[in-house]
Design a protein around this ligand. Sequence first.
Ligand code: ADP
Ligand code: ASP
Ligand code: MG
Length: 840
Amino acid sequence: MAQNGWQVHKFGGSSLADAHCFRQVADILLSASAPRQAVVVSAMGGVTDALLGLVAVAEHTPGQIAPRLDALGARYRATVDDLLGDGEATDGQRPPNPVRDALLESFAADLSDAADVLQAISLVRAAADRSRDLVAGFGELWSARLLAAYLEQESAARNAGRSASWLDARELIVVEHGEMGPGVLWERSRANARQCFADDREGIVVVTGFIASDPDGLHTTLGRNGSDYSASILAALLAADAITIWTDVDGVMSADPNRVPDATVIGDLSYNEAMELAYFGARVIHPQTMSPAIERSIPIWIRNTFNTAARGSRIGRSDGVEKGIKGVTSVDDVALVNLEGAGMIGVPGTADRLFGALRDAGISVILISQASSEHSICFAIPGRNGGEVEAVVRQAFHGELEQGLIQSIEVQENCSIIAVVGDGMAGLAGIAAKFFGTFGAAGISVKAIAQGSSERNISAVIAREDVTRALRAAHSGFYLSAKTISVGLVGPGHVGGALLDQIAAEARRLHDEFALDFRVRAIATSTRMHLAERSVELANWRSIFEQDSEPLDWKVFAAHVNADHLPHAAIVDCSASDDVANRYLDWFRDGIHVVTPNKKAQSGPLEYYDRLHRERRKHNAHFLYETTVGAALPIIGTLRDLRQTGDEIISIEGVFSGTLAYLFNVFDARKPFSTIVREARDAGYTEPDPRDDLSGMDVARKVIILAREMGLRLELADLTIESLVPDGLGGGSPDEFLVALKDYDDVMARRWQQASEAGQILRYVGRLDKDGTATVRLEALPADHAFSNMNLTDNIVRYVSRRYHDNPLVVQGPGAGPAVTAAGVFADLLRLATYLGASR
Ligand code: ADP
Ligand code: ASP
Ligand code: MG
C-alpha cells in the first residue's frame, strides 16, 4: 500500500482548453505546498468529442478522417508551441528543445496509430467498442504528457524544486465492466499502485483520467466524464487526504448555471446528495466518483480553476451537512411509458416480468410510479429507447394483451424528469407541495411523479419543452426569497429617479432585515430602455442609462421584467402617460404586478377600468396606486379600511392639489393672483404649464379615483368642474397665458374680498357624496373650517362616514413633491412584497 501524504487533484477538459488554461493549472499546482501531488487530467476541452466524432466519421464518411485529424493535430501543436516554444530562430529553424521534440514525436506516433485504427474501422464501417475506446482515450495521454512537460519547465524556471512526471492510468487502474458500469478490481489496482507510487516517489505525478485497463490488460475507458471517477479511484489507492476536482464553476450549484441564472454554489453537501444531483444530470461531477471516496470517507472538493479565491463545494459524510433542499436538476430526454389494465390488479410478479423484460432488452428504468390500486404502472426510460420499448413490453405481456387483461401501452416521447434533491426532505413539511405548486403557478403540467424512498429526491415527469422553465420555477420557489421581485421602472424622471435613489439607499437593509430583494432589471423612458440581466447597478443608474440604452420595445421590456427564473415581476409606472396606462391590461395578463402614481388608468374610461380589474383578478396580479391621490398620504388606504371594516362613506371632501393649496394659502389679494401663479411656477410648485393645475382636471381625476374606490361608477364627464383657466386662455404658450391672466386679477381679488368680508376663506375643493354627486371648484369656506389651517402644499381629506359622523376623519399632510411621492411608491412596493411573501 502506498503511503499517505498524497493530494489528488483533477483538472477537467474545461480547465485544459488552451495554453492559457495550462498556465493557470501550473500556477495552482506549483504554488501548493504539498510535496506529493497526483494530478488526474482530462483531455483538452472538446478533444474527446472530436475523437469520438472521428470514429463516427470512419463509420460513415471516411473521406473526412484526414482533415479532421489534421485539425486536431494543429490545435495540439499550437498549444505545445505556446507552452514549450522558445521562439523562432533567425533562419526559420526552431532551436532544439528535446522535451518538446520528444512530446511532438510521441504525438505524431499516436496520430498515426489513430489513423490506422480509424482506417480499419472505415473498412468494416462499424467500430468495435475496443477500437472506440482506444481512439477516445488518446486525448488524456496528450494532455497528461503536455502538462507534465510544462510543469517540469516551469518548476525549473521558478526554482520551485518540484519534479513532474506522467503516468498512463492503464498501468494502474484495472476495471471490469458489469451491468452497473465499470467496477474497479481493487487488488490488482492496488498492486499496480504500489509499483507506480513507490515510497520514494515525490513531486507531481500527472495521471491520465478516463482510461484504464480491463482484466485482460486491454484498453478501456470509464465512460464519458469518467476522469472524475479516475480521480477518486486514485485517491482511494493512495489513501489520499482529499480530492479536489477543478472545473470552470465555483462549485456544485443549486441548478445548472447555464439554465438557471440565479443558481448559487452549495457550500457543503453529502455524498448521497452529490450522487443524486450527478445522476440527475448535474454534469459538474460524475456519479460513480462517489463510491471509492465514500468507502474511505475522503472529502471531495469542487473548485474553480479560474477563481481560486472561491472556497468551492465540499462533498463529504452527511454529518454536519445541513438538511433540506440542495439542488434542482433534470434528465432532459426521457420517454414515459404507461401500462394500464385491470388484469394487473393483485397479480404478483407483474412488475418483475416487466422490468425483467426491460433489463433483458438493455433498457434502464430511470423512474417508476405505480398507483396503489396496481391498475397501472408508469415508468420513464432514456429517450433513445423510446422507439423500441413498446415492442419489448408487448412481447412480455403478449398473453395479457390478447386476453384484454392489459388494455393499453402508451409511450410518450420527448419528456424530461425534473428532480429536487436534498437529504432528509421528508422531515420538512411542504416540500412536495412547494415543488408541485411552482409548476402549477408556471402552468406546467406534470405527467408522473415519484419520490425515492430515500426521501432524498422528489421527481416529476414533464414535457421536454417545459424543462428549462420548470427548472427555473422550481429553483426560484426553493432558493430565492419569496420576496425576490424583478422590477421594471417606467419614467425615470422626478418621481421615478427619486424612487431609484431611494431603493439604492435602502436595498441592503431591506435585504438583510426583511429578506426583501428588489431587483430593478429594466428602466424605460418613452423612447429608450436599458435591460440588465441580474439588476441595474442603482448607484450609477443615470450614467448607465445614458451610456447603454436601446430603442424601447414594450414587448421585450415586459418579457425581460417577467423573467421566469424570478418568482415575481412588477412594473412601476412613474410616467403620467395614457399610453403606458393602456398597457397594464397586457401586463396583468402576464401576471405582472403594477405599482404606480399615474392616475390615467384609474380615472380613465370605466370600460377600460372594469376590464383592467377583471383581468388583474383573473391573473392574480396586484395593482397598487396609493400615490395617485395625495402622494404618500394614506388616502386610498384609509378609504379602503373604512369600507372593508363595514363602515359606510357618506361623503368625502378635500383639497387634493398641492399646487392649488399653495396658491390659495398665499393669495390674499394684496398681490395679484397672476403674480402668485408666476412665482409659484418659478419656484417649481406648479406643472411647467400652470394651466394643468388650474384647469382642475388633476383634482377631478383624483375625485374619480376615490369615487370608484367607494363603488361609485362615475366618469370624468359626470363631474361638475370649475376651471380656473378663464375661457379663451386655453391656447398659447404658458408665458402668454400668464400675461393674459392679468386681465382676470380683478375678478379673483373680488372673490377673495367677498369671502373675507363674510369671514370666509377660498379653497379649491373636491367633493363627493355617496349618491354620486361630485364637484371640483373654488369654494368659500368658514374661516374655522378644517381646510383653513393648512401649510404650504398640504393636501387634506375629510371623510364623513357612519362611524365618523359628528367628528369626521381627517388625513392631512404634504401631498406633492418628488421625494414624498417616490417614498409612497416605495411603500406600495413594500406592500406588494408583503402580499407576495405573506407565507414567510
Ligand atoms: P470539466 O470539463 O471540468 O469536467 P464539465 O463541463 O464536465 O467540466 O462540468 C462543469 C460544468 O457543469 C459547468 O460549467 C456547468 O455548466 C455544468 N453544470 C451542470 N449542472 C451543474 C451544477 N448543478 N453545478 C455546477 N455546474 C453544473
Ligand atoms: N475526456 C473524457 C470526456 O470528455 C473524460 C472526462 O473529461 O472526464 O468524457
Ligand atoms: Mg466533467
